[in-house]
Design a protein around this ligand. Structure first.
Ligand code: SF4
Length: 633
């Protein structure tokens, strides 16, 4: 039996117990963990099946004249060293693309490797960065109350978090709150996220949350003003009050909420009792995603809900914040390209990119304009993909390196939900022919001249755990499986914030909605998370049948379309899908559960264009307009 932890790109970072069984590794939640408390989610079983899948790659593969050939590791590493030597005179012509598919401190050493080379890297993100930038701008750092402090609230506002498909431990806390009789209000475009988790549901038009937050804030301030200590903790409060005073009834027209919704929310935010606000991880995927998050934070701040137990806003934490990672400050890429606009960035890069090294991410599936990304990558001289499966991105590679999955190597992992650092202990040997990322890069680095060296795994772990916010040794982690950070349960107590002047920052502007032209694409396409899978980490055998697009029955009826086979169409192309009627959907939206691979009939990001968010360099995926067509049209 091994105490270990999940390293998938999921907030919970569950502590797990791993046992060997006849059908491979058996995994269950670790009952002794103070936060994850012995349960996990169905994705764990998918992970177990991925480990033993017959589709798993077990040998390096080289594309020769368009056909895949198995080659030895020695040949593969020799070829990589040869290519890097070829491009090393201009190291920015080598691009490093790393995602979060398998998280951990040792795995992240690839950042150090390519920074030491002086290669190009990426900035921006596919998802959370607009919200991170917003919270960092507001609070001066990315902190929240301890997630368990939610249990001290007298009301919870769930502003867009999908508790039915996201963090199972947040969902458990919300269930516990409701059991105690604490009211939960949910704000979202679709009611499906709220089923079983809410007492009141407020429907908003997708991407317009900032207007509802501003409207509620106006009402709260009308009722109770701003407490002097709260006002004194903000910079340029007068400017913000002027901004709010210039707003009026258009706020509700824009977001689609009613005066009764505003009054209900104000009933909770105004007054002496603590209200906690959970922020969803879709709020930031709009053009004004940063503003959405900033106005919700401002509502909590000015209504006196920040810096107290039971209050606060919960966007997220940095999962690496509690580690000492000198490579982050001591080394830098030669330049960075904007991640969600990779195809265009590759076309305009000067000096041009010749070689790419891609790991823990599936750009030809996950990035906006994914088909263009695939084409741009295929046009490079040499593309290495380190992956365990023949993903959409692996298909465009020249060389594929089969890598170890989680629990096949020791690492430590943080969480973007809770304050525990976990040991992801090695619970099983990687299959024959498969290597860890660290071993691959150490071997490669030794073949280069001059060599590029990485710290050994043990050294990297000890260094990471030397952080000033951790009070635990590697030995303690190895025996217990987890250590909590030294952060207290309440963030920003005394209303001292992370900026140099200690003050909170209010948003300086509120932009009106994007004008939507009636250009034949009447619906907003929301590509939301999947309950069973993390992103595109789906086994081929689980991708049978066409992807489903859920639409409100009235919308289907209005378009004269029956549930069943159809086309999901955007200005970039069309995808064969099945329409399903679902009353919980917002009538202006079509909802697709993202993840399925393009080569297996999915790949929705091929028809999603790139638009940048107002902060953080994120793709505003949810701004994509679409229409539905019957098959045969
Ligand atoms: S995917 Fe998330 S909830 Fe599921 S086991 Fe991993 S960390 Fe836990």
């Amino acid at each position: 039996m091994t105490i270990t932890a999940c390293t998938l790109d999921c907030p919970d970072a569950c502590s797990l117990v791993a046992e060997s069984g006849v059908d491979g590794l058996r995994l269950r939640g670790n009952p002794d963990h103070p936060f994850t408390r012995g349960f996990a989610c169905p994705k764990l079983d998918v992970h177990r099946r991925r480990q033993i899948s017959p589709h798993r790659l077990r040998s390096p593969r080289l594309k020769v004249d368009g056909r895949w050939q198995d080659i030895s590791w020695d040949e593969a590493m020799g070829l990589c060293a040869e290519k890097i030597a070829l491009y090393r005179d201009e190291p920015r012509s080598i691009l490093h693309v790393r995602g979060s598919g398998n998280r951990g401190v040792i795995k992240a050493l690839s950042n150090l490797f390519f920074r030491r080379l002086g290669a190009s890297g990426l900035h921006g993100s596919l998802c959370d960065e607009a919200g991170i930038a917003a919270c960092t701008e507001d609070f001066g750092c990315l902190r929240t109350n301890d997630i368990s402090d939610i249990l001290n609230t007298s009301a919870l506002v769930n502003w867009g978090r999908d508790l039915a498909r996201g963090s199972v431990h947040t969902a458990a806390l919300v269930r516990a709150l409701r059991k105690k009789g604490v009211p939960v209000l949910t704000i979202a475009p679709g009611e499906d996220t709220a089923k079983g988790f809410t007492d009141h549901f407020v429907r908003v038009r997708p991407g317009t949350d900032r207007f509802l937050a501003a409207a509620v804030l106006r009402e709260v301030l009308r009722r109770q003003g701003i407490a002097p200590e709260v006002g004194a903790a903000c910079r340029d409060l007068a400017g913000f009050e002027e901004l709010l005073a210039g707003c009026g009834p258009e706020l509700l027209e824009w977001c689609g909420a009613t005066p009764a919704d505003v009054a209900l929310l104000a009933d909770h935010y105004a007054g002496p009792m603590p209200v906690a606000t959970l922020l969803g991880w879709g709020l930031q995927r709009y053009c004004f995603g940063g503003q959405n998050v900033r106005f919700i934070n401002a509502l909590a701040m000015l209504s006196g809900q920040v810096g107290r137990s039971g209050g606060g806003t919960y966007y997220g934490l940095s999962s690496m914040a509690n580690f000492e990672l000198p490579w982050k400050t001591e080394t830098a890429y030669g330049r960075t390209l904007l991640m969600p606009d990779l195809a265009r960035e590759l076309r305009r890069a000067d000096p041009p990119v010749r070689m790419a090294w891609i790991e823990c991410i599936n750009p030809a599936n996950q990035f906006p304009e994914a088909a263009e990304v695939a084409r741009a990558l295929a046009g490079l001289d040499f593309v290495v993909v380190a992956d365990a499966f023949m993903t959409d991105t692996a298909e465009v590679a020249d060389l594929i390196l089969p890598v170890a999955l989680m629990l096949e190597q020791e690492d430590v992992v943080g969480s973007f939900l809770h304050e525990y650092v976990q040991l992801s202990a090695k619970a099983v040997e990687p299959p024959q022919g498969v290597r860890t990322d660290h071993r691959i890069l150490s071997d490669l680095g030794a073949r280069l001249s001059p060599p590029v060296t990485l710290p050994g795994p043990e050294e990297a772990l000890r260094q990471a755990l030397g952080s000033s916010t951790l009070n635990g040794s590697l030995e303690e982690l190895r025996s217990r499986g987890y250590v909590r950070s030294t952060h207290g349960p309440v963030a920003f107590e005394g209303l001292r914030f992370g900026h140099a002047d200690g003050l909170y920052r209010l948003p300086p502007r509120l932009d009106p909605p994007m004008t939507t032209m009636d250009d034949g694409y009447p619906l907003q396409l929301l590509t939301l998370i999947n309950r069973r899978f993390v992103h595109s980490q789906i086994l081929p055998e689980d991708q049978t049948g066409e992807p489903v697009v859920s639409v409100h029955p009235r919308t289907l009826e209005g378009l004269g379309i029956e549930p069943g086979a159809g086309w999901l169409v955007t200005a970039l192309g069309r995808l064969a899908v099945l329409f399903a009627a679902d009353e919980s959907m917002h009538p202006d939206c079509a909802v697709y559960r993202r993840g399925p691979w393009g080569k297996l009939g999915g790949g929705v990001n091929r028809i999603i264009g790139f638009v940048e968010t107002d902060m953080g360099g994120v793709g505003a995926y949810y701004e994509q307009r679409c229409r539905l067509e019957r098959r045969g049209q």
